[in-house]
Design a protein around this ligand. Sequence first.
Ligand SMILES: [Fe+2]
Ligand SMILES: [Fe+2]
Length: 171
Amino acid sequence: MARRGNSIIKGIEINEIISVLNKAYADEWLAYYQYFIEAKVIKGIMKDAAIAELTQHAADELRHANMVADRILQLGGTPLLHPQEWFTHTNCGYEEPKDFDVVSILEDSIKGEQCAISVYSHIVEMTRHKDVVTYDIVSQILADEVEHEEDLQTLHDDITEFITDIKKNMH
Ligand SMILES: [Fe+2]
Ligand SMILES: [Fe+2]
């Protein structure tokens, strides 16, 4: 635990920060696995472009899990030790892929990113001017999640447009 480092935290309980970070930590692991498995099972048109995107996102979520775990430890907390706790702590849950079609997979993923954006913007607000180190980390993660949503939405729109064009040309 960073003693002097933690003495600069003002106006907020360290335990409260650890608790919200552990919930975000659960979300990151579930998001990581969701992207990992989506990239494996996905089917349909332009799936290679989607696989590249999903694989990149999986790597980013795992990197976020790392960043959050390291900050929890600095604060004197313990990152969740059992995967079962991911489900009891998660904010965003886990969207099991039911339909493996590219468009539904991308829609599931967009929902997940929108939830992540809400979670991190809440932690950003909570730590602003109070815990500058956590604030900095969650701001970086928030920027990544915004980029994730944008990338998935663009890909989703390209694919649906492409499908519409094909259908038009068939008539
Ligand atoms: Fe993330
Ligand atoms: Fe993300």
